[in-house]
Design a binder for this molecule. Structure first.
Ligand code: SAH
Ligand code: SF4
Ligand code: F3S
Length: 469
């Protein structure tokens, strides 16, 4: 035993003890990535992860407002915490994310117990904002803000797969969507900063990175520079070229793609770069051109089909997933049927479905031809049943095949199994111990013989490890 605690660590120790924190995250991968960075900031400040939302000294809700039910969820959580704060004034209560941005000051009126309301663009400023809270102020941070490069190490949930933001915000004007209002204008990170982050992740043992943006195809359009051929210097395709050879990373993914901007050049790059996984998440939202026009999506069903045809020409086994909205204002039964037809004929591996929900401040919320709740429920059920059937048909192709699975962690329902994903993003379970005294571990690339297929997951027998590069 030679270790002694000395130097800066010991100097920092007294001020570093701040109690426990708890973060609950709602919504999309952007919010999950923001929460991991805010967790990192809290730990650097001296907070420790708590085991319970109802005893933690600092509680942070990172919220989502994409649909009304997402927004309402947070109010019930906040009600309970507000009660706790009345008996325990030492509790620090924070609302971050998209509801915070949308509601701002009015959240303080609704829940006066709150200490801090902060929009998504302020996530990296959490420490400065909390410092103001500690002087006894209630703080609201929702002004348009240039997102600073984060200097704190994120507290990542996984030790194998990481998210890396490449572009924040969205400049589109889809008539149903709150994201541009709550996430602000597009801000692309510089390729060097992204690569540096990925190198750091690889050095710490991460094997897979998903590059994130609400509209990732817009990457780089706010950065300066034009190439000799007259193209803009920074595009997603160029970025993939810049980061592809980061040593130690085995897989690269990106999301979310927008059919309006998705290019053949991008498909070619994905086919040519071996680490790019054969999975594309390209929301289509509706299978009817008039509905797409009303949504202001900027593409037609024909264009969408051409993109998928092109992907399948270059990458025949690629998985395609998407998002769809049913019962958009004015959607007729015939238009809804065209959405069903598109799902059936494309053969999606997975589709996230939602019934249209009017959002404050968006154009479609004020249109007179809103559909009744009963139609929403009926269409949602019908589309969900179809999505499951089509996904089951897509899963069937894996039966008897050998698939490369990146082990991510233990199956929460069976501690003897590991779970991971195929390159095409199908969740796959397999035995952790092949019986040779060398059990598999998260981070291993395992060849799995697929023996059972379900609509959205697979199970199989592990055959051996693949070398990690
Ligand atoms: N940037 C992505 C999607 C972001 S929001 C894109 O352009 O496709 C995630 C999904 O939520 C959307 O794809 C859409 O299907 C759904 N969504 C967004 N606003 C909605 C609303 N008002 N009602 C129902 N679903 C909505
Ligand atoms: Fe919303 Fe449209 Fe932007 Fe997607 S592209 S985040 S749906 S406005
Ligand atoms: Fe929700 Fe905000 Fe994401 S509204 S879907 S958390 S961008």
């Amino acid at each position: 035993m030679t270790a002694t605690v000395s130097g800066p660590q010991a100097d920092q120790a007294p001020s570093a003890r701040r109690g426990s924190y708890w973060i609950t995250t709602f919504g999309c991968q952007m919010n999950k990535a923001d929460s991991e960075r805010m967790g990192g900031i809290l730990e650097a400040m001296g907070y420790t992860p708590g085991n319970d939302e109802h005893t933690a000294d600092l509680v942070l809700y990172n919220t989502c407002t994409i649909r009304d039910n997402a927004e309402q969820k947070v109010y019930s959580y906040l009600g309970r915490q507000a009660q706790r704060k009345r008996v325990n004034p030492g509790l620090t209560l924070v609302v971050a994310g998209c509801v915070a941005q949308q509601e701002g000051e009015s959240l303080l009126r609704r829940v006066p117990e709150l200490d801090l309301v902060m929009g998504p663009q302020h996530a990296n400023r959490l420490e400065a904002l909390l410092t103001r809270v500690q002087t006894g102020q209630q703080v609201v941070a929702t002004d348009e803000h240039h997102i600073l490069e984060d200097i704190t190490t994120a507290r990542r949930d996984s030790a194998v797969c990481a998210w890396v933001n490449v572009i924040y915000g969205c400049n589109e004007h889809c008539t149903y969507c709150v994201v541009p209002a709550v996430r602000g204008r597009e801000q692309s990170r510089l390729p060097e900063a992204i690569r540096l982050e990925m190198e750091g992740l690889a050095a710490r043992g991460f094997r897979e990175v998903t590059l994130l943006g609400q509209n990732i195809d817009a990457y780089g359009r706010d950065l300066p520079g034009i190439t000799a051929e007259g193209r803009r210097a920074h595009t997603l395709t160029d970025l993939l070229g810049t980061v592809h050879d980061v040593q130690g990373l085995e897989r690269i993914r990106f999301a979310t793609s927008h059919p309006r901007y998705f290019t053949d050049r991008l498909i070619d790059a994905c086919a040519d770069l071996p680490k790019l996984c054969e999975h594309f998440h390209i929301p289509f939202q509706s299978g009817d051109n008039a509905v797409l026009r009303a949504m202001a999506r900027g593409y037609t069903v024909e264009r969408y089909r051409r993109i998928i045809d092109r992907i399948r020409q270059r990458l025949p086994d690629a998985a395609i997933s998407a998002d769809v909205i049913v019962a958009f204002p004015g959607e007729t039964d015939a238009q809804f049927r065209r959405t069903l037809e598109l799902i059936e004929s494309i053969g999606f591996d997975q589709v996230n479905t939602a019934a249209y929900s009017p959002r404050p401040g968006t154009p479609a919320a004020d249109w007179p031809d809103q559909l009744p709740e009963a139609v929403k429920v009926e269409r949602l059920q019908e589309v969900n049943a179809l999505v499951e059937r089509v996904a089951a048909e897509r899963s069937a192709r894996y039966l008897g095949r050998q698939e490369q699975v990146l082990a991510e962690g233990v199956n929460p329902r069976d501690p003897d199994q590991l779970m991971g994903r195929t390159r095409t993003n199908r969740l796959t379970f397999f035995a952790a111990d092949p019986g040779d005294g060398r059990p598999y571990a998260p981070g291993d690339l395992v060849d799995v013989l697929i023996e059972t297929v379900r609509p959205f997951s697979l199970s199989g027998r592990p055959l051996g490890r693949e070398p990690v590069h």
